[in-house]
Each structure stands twice: as C-alpha cells, then as structure tokens.
Design a binder for this molecule. Structure first.
Ligand SMILES: [Zn+2]
Length: 232
C-alpha cells in the first residue's frame, strides 16, 4: 500500500512523496504552491496512487523526469502514459537504453521483466529546463547507474535536489550492479552535491529526506574526510 506525504522542502514548492512497495521507492509529484501544473519524478510500482493524487488535487502533469533507468523508478511510466498519452518521458542520455531493456533495468534479474515507453527527450549534464513552472538543472552523477542524473531546483532557498539513488540519509546508492562504480559515485557526490550550500535539501529515491550539511558530517561512506569504501 503506497504511503503519501506532503512536503514543503523550500518556500513556494509543494512536493507529494509517494512511497511504493516492494522497494520503498519514492516517487515525487512536484508543483509550485498554488499551481495547477506538476511534474512527476520516478513513478514506481504503485502508479495508481500517483494518478489518484494528481486527479484529486486537480493537477495536470507536464512531464515525467527520471533520475535513472532501474525498474523500481520507471515501473509506473506505462500507467501514467495510459492516463495522459502525451506526457513526455525525460531521462539522462546514458540511462535511456535501460527503459527498453529488462536486464539493463534489473527487472529481468527479479523474474518480472518490464519495459517502459522509450524516452522522448535525453538530458545532458548541466542542462537547464523548466517543467511545470519549476526551473531545474540536470547534473549527471554516475556510479549507482552509469547514466544517473539528479535534478537541482534553481532559484530556491534552501536549494532542493531530487537525488534518486545517489546520496541517501547516511547512505549511498549500491554500486555492485554491472555498471556500478563506487569511485565515480564518490567523486560525483563530492563534486556536485557537497559543493552546494549546507542547507540544501536532498529528496532521495529511498529513505528519509536529508541535507548536504548532515551528510558531509555524518555519511559513513562519503563525507568531508573523504570516501570510506563501498556499500553493497
Ligand atoms: Zn537504482
């Protein structure tokens, strides 16, 4: 049963976090406060809960943004597209192939192979886009998945990052998948996240919300003292 929480990570920004079974994956529906348009990040295995919430709130989705191509983050794409046929799917260039490859998106390994509709737009590192009135910067951070991107909301204080499976509350994404790379993940976190203001809010793909400042001091794997080895 999906669990929905409403978050206000920064003034003017309303976020519904929908946690889906069986991987406790977080999908996010994001909209400026008072707006009617929204965007959906990483629709997971319980898309009915996402669709119900969007319908109940009277919102209109403008795009699906994906942090990476693993099955627990893309499983809802097809259902959302059935509901809103013109809804575009955006993903980092390096992970687009996983949408249509059950072994690449790991669903084949779990015995429940699934595919998503293909991507409509591929995003590159440093690309800026505005979706549903929310200005975003795409940052590529490989290591958990080779084409993983995170989305930084521009022009808000505190800054907000939709981080997927890169940096968790006192954890990091697994790097033991075929295209995993601990060093790349640690370098990406240090270069692109730990250089953001300490109050920056990280909304991850699993687990509690955290901040850059908390992880810099308390993350056991990548912190201000450096990187301390892999997690599997
Ligand atoms: Zn993943």
């Amino acid at each position: 049963m999906a669990v929905i929480d409403i978050l206000f990570p920064s003034p003017g920004l309303r976020v519904a976090r929908i946690e889906s079974e069986p991987f406790a994956e977080h999908s996010y529906v994001v909209a400026p406060v008072g707006a009617k348009k929204c965007l959906v990040i990483d629709p997971g295995f319980e898309p009915e809960a996402i669709i119900d919430w969007i319908r109940t709130e009277g919102l209109v989705p403008e795009a699906i943004l994906l942090t990476h191509g693993h099955s627990d983050h893309i499983a809802g794409n097809e259902a959302l597209r059935a509901e809103w046929p013109s809804l575009p799917i955006l993903i980092g260039r390096g992970d687009a192939g996983k949408l249509i490859d059950p072994m690449g998106n790991l669903s084949g390994l779990f015995g429940l192979p699934l595919c998503s509709p293909p991507a409509d737009r591929l995003l590159d590192h440093g690309e800026r886009l505005t979706v549903a009135g929310v200005p975003l910067m795409t940052l590529e951070i490989p290591g958990h998945s080779s084409g993983h991107v995170v989305y930084r909301v521009e022009d808000c204080r505190p800054p907000v990052v939709f981080g997927g499976d890169v940096l968790f509350h006192e954890g990091i994404g697994r790097t033991d998948f075929p295209d995993g790379d601990f060093q790349a993940l640690a370098t990406g976190i240090t270069t692109h996240l730990y250089t953001l203001p300490a109050e920056t809010v990280i909304l991850p793909g699993h687990g509690p919300t955290t901040t850059v400042g908390h992880e810099l001091h308390s993350n056991p794997f990548v912190n201000r003292r450096g990187s301390q080895g892999n997690v599997v």
